[in-house]
Design a protein. Structure first.
Length: 81
């Protein structure tokens, strides 16, 4: 494992997680959640857990993001506050 790459990926994971919490637009939150899942997939791959990375890519970045986007398009995208 390359610790510098792990550190960069972990930094991206933390930044996307915090940004997904703080953003007000639901579509932006879904996109950031998809990016979070993608970075987690890369992190799992770097840690040699390829089966977990494949599941994260399929479920986290793929199916969940598609379901969340479908839910966002049938609701309002901005909060009232």
């Amino acid at each position: 494992m390359i610790w510098q790459l792990d550190l960069v990926l972990l930094t991206f994971v933390v930044i996307t997680a915090i940004a997904a919490i703080w953003v007000k637009d639901l579509f932006s939150a879904v996109v950031l959640f998809g990016a979070f899942s993608f970075f987690m997939c890369l992190l799992w791959t770097e840690m040699a857990a390829v089966d977990v990375a494949f599941t994260e890519a399929a479920v986290g970045a793929g199916v969940s993001t598609a379901f969340f986007m479908a839910a966002v398009f049938v609701t309002t995208r901005r909060t009232k506050d």
